[in-house]
Design a protein around this ligand. Structure first.
Ligand code: ATP
Ligand code: MG
Length: 655
């Protein structure tokens, strides 16, 4: 790699700063935005909203918040805007219609990637929007989108938004029952789905699942994209082929401008801690944060190719796979298949072939690739990469350094973005031209936003202490406006523990250089003999052992110590499991953190329960070690079969 983008600060080991070259290129390389945001956050965001978007009508009031009910806040009151107009029309009108907007890489290797220019995307969105309008979809109606990673998913989201309707995307790997729950909750009029998609070389029937969702009483139409040509069940009354609908549609559909605070989409959380919540996002505030976080976090310029690997079924796929890059007029890459099909080099090959410059993925994927071995990325030329990003969980030091060195060649900043479905866009991470980049430390608060760390009593903790991460008003423009049809849950979950603040449910520690280290969910901390321990910290230490692939720690009640840590350890080579290795791991923890953190019990296992977004579901492990038969909701589990193996491992007694 020729350009040294990142330099290491010699005095602080593993604290990285941007090089002069990086600063020169970056949109932001100084404190200006931070200072402006601190001085007057509302004014800061008003200025940003004006720069980022084209408003059909300017707002009257920047920000308003109810005195007694802080969760009732609004941004850009009276402003009118349309999301699809800003993502597409604006670029076409500015003469950039010929610029490539999207490149889609299908899973089958004999199928060629497909590219859409902004004009082509604009045309297809207009046609679909017009056709849906004829089907009776209007402002405020809900449209459920149950599509795999194919371009039609972006077209469907934007076409829905064009009508002022509300999209609710459901992850395509979820079951038909999960879809129906979400369709029923949202009372969707239309479902957009596909006949199927490719996964590990096999076409899978998606329509069969979609039909279960379509049995919800609100559903009038099911629009079906032909992706695989599978022979699927057909309901003449409800089902319509996408391509037939578009063929007969008008070229242009007038965008419906909506008041900034009207809902753009509903999205259900990952369900890591319980039943998924239907998160409500507004239009103008969300788009403003999507635009600016995409632009600054990944320092996106006109010639960049941005690949966000998240499925569009997650918020990351919404903000950084669709809205953020398109609002910025940048080109995005979408990949259909499994990351290791036909082999573990597929992602790296894609980066080489497409010359991806900015790459955004999750720690769970990084850990998987570490396991596959360095020979895979080493086979490909990854020198087009400038910036790497990660999201979804705390990233452990080993994974961070592997990502930085093996994928980034030791010169791309790793942007560790902390955020949630609820926040709509990133909130805590360092910026490429500003830094610093420190393994396991998410970084600085995004300009114009503020979080504090509180103790149980709601007092701010001292520097270096861990606490509850809470957001201070004015709340960031992209923040959720509710839990759909459930205000009680909304208020209870986010606004009750610390009156006046937004409670993230995450724990964090303030670190040097104005940075924050997010250690994970507050539920995932434990108190051992009076000492507060975070599972992330302990897992981080265990994962550093060269034979360990991954680990999950949960607390188990203990008569004397209150709680003790129990470790589930997955080895790179399972045949290496032995009592000797257990002792070695304990010694390793002793030296890294101290004897209080010493795991009380270590179980070598093949797998632990994970959500479909790859996050460990510790609540199930907690139930297992307590022999609590109530495992709670398992509907979002990716690998339910591992629960039985774990029961055996821990000696779980049924009944
Ligand atoms: P549910 O809310 O249904 O239990 P979930 O919290 O996993 O599910 P998401 O909104 O997808 O649903 O995930 C947000 C959470 O992921 C954050 O609250 C945090 O715990 C974790 N997280 C995301 N990014 C990071 C990061 N960079 N560092 C540490 N933790 C992160
Ligand atoms: Mg959550």
């Amino acid at each position: 790699m020729s350009t040294k983008w990142v330099v290491e600060d010699k005095e602080n080991k593993n604290v990285f700063w941007p090089s002069d070259e990086m600063k020169k290129r970056a949109w932001l390389s100084d404190e200006s935005f931070y200072e402006e945001g601190k001085a007057d956050p509302v004014k800061f965001w008003e200025k940003r909203a004006e720069e980022a978007l084209e408003w059909h009508k300017k707002w009257q009031t920047g920000y308003e918040q109810d005195k007694d009910k802080p969760w009732k806040f609004k941004w850009f009151l009276g402003g009118e805007i349309n999301a699809s107009y800003n993502a597409l029309d604006r670029h076409v009108k500015a003469g950039n219609g010929g610029k490539e907007a999207l490149v889609w890489v299908p899973e089958p290797t004999d199928e060629k990637p497909k590219t859409y220019t902004y004009k082509q995307l604009y045309d297809e969105v207009n046609r679909l929007a017009g056709a849906m309008k004829k089907l009776g979809v209007k402002k405020g109606d809900k449209v459920s989108i149950y599509l795999p990673m194919i371009p039609e998913v972006v077209v469907s989201m934007l076409a829905t938004a064009r009508l002022g309707a509300v999209h609710s995307v459901c992850f395509s790997a979820f079951s038909g029952e999960s879809l129906r729950d979400r369709v029923e909750d949202a009372e969707s009029k239309v479902i957009i789905t596909a006949d199927g998609y490719y996964r590990r070389g096999k076409p899978l029937d998606l329509k069969k699942n979609a039909d279960i969702g379509a049995s919800a009483p609100s559903v009038e139409h099911v629009i079906v994209v032909k992706r695989t040509g599978l022979d699927v069940a057909w309901d003449e009354k409800k089902d319509i082929w996408y391509h037939e609908l578009l063929r007969d549609a008008d070229d242009y559909c007038e965008p419906e401008f909506v008041e900034s605070n009207e809902t753009l989409f509903l999205l259900y959380t990952s369900g890591t801690t319980g039943k998924p919540k239907g998160i409500v996002h507004d239009t103008g505030g969300y788009l403003t944060q999507a635009y600016w976080t995409t632009k600054l976090d990944f320092d996106l310029h006109d010639d960049d190719l941005f690949w966000c690997t998240a499925d569009v079924g997650w918020v990351t796929g919404h903000t950084y796979g669709c809205y953020g890059p398109l609002l910025n007029g940048v080109k995005v890459l979408m990949f259909e298949g499994a990351p290791d099909y036909p082999d573990a080099g597929r992602w790296w090959k894609t980066i080489e072939e497409q010359k991806v410059t900015v790459f955004y993925t999750a720690p769970t994927a990084i850990r998987m690739f570490i396991k596959f071995g360095d020979q895979w990325p080493k086979k490909y030329d990854l020198s087009s990469l400038r910036i790497l990003g990660t999201v979804g969980e705390p990233i452990d030091e080993e994974a961070w350094l592997w990502y930085f060195n093996t994928i980034g060649g030791g010169c791309c900043p790793v942007i560790d973005t902390w955020w949630q479905t609820e926040t709509g866009g990133t909130l805590i991470n360092s910026l490429p031209g500003v830094g610093p980049f420190i393994p396991t430390v998410a970084g600085r608060m995004f300009p114009g936003t503020k979080h504090i760390l509180l103790d149980e009593a709601g007092n701010e903790v001292e520097e270096g202490q861990s606490g509850y991460l809470a957001q201070v008003p004015p709340f960031a423009p992209g923040m959720l406006r509710g839990v759909y049809k459930n205000e009680k849950k909304f208020v209870e979950t986010y606004w009750s523990r610390f009156p006046g603040y937004y409670d993230t449910s995450d724990g964090a520690v303030r670190r040097e250089f104005d940075t924050i280290r997010v250690t994970g969910r507050v539920d995932d901390t434990m108190k051992v003999a009076g000492h507060r321990l975070s599972t992330a910290e302990l897992e981080n230490a265990i994962n550093e052992h060269p034979l360990v692939r991954e680990s999950a720690i949960v607390p188990k009640p203990h008569d004397i110590k209150g709680e003790v840590p129990i470790a589930f350890v997955m080895l790179k080579d399972p045949s290496k499991a032995s009592d000797g290795l257990k002792k070695e791991i304990v010694k390793h923890v002793d030296s890294m953190i101290g004897p209080t953190a010493r795991p009380h019990e270590i179980y070598f296992v093949d797998d632990v329960p994970k959500t479909r977004s790859g996050k460990i579901m510790r609540r199930i492990l907690r139930s297992l070690v307590k022999n609590d038969p109530d495992m709670g909701n398992l509907s979002t589990l990716m690998n339910p079969e591992c629960v039985d193996e774990l029961k055996k491992a821990v000696g779980f007694k049924e009944g």
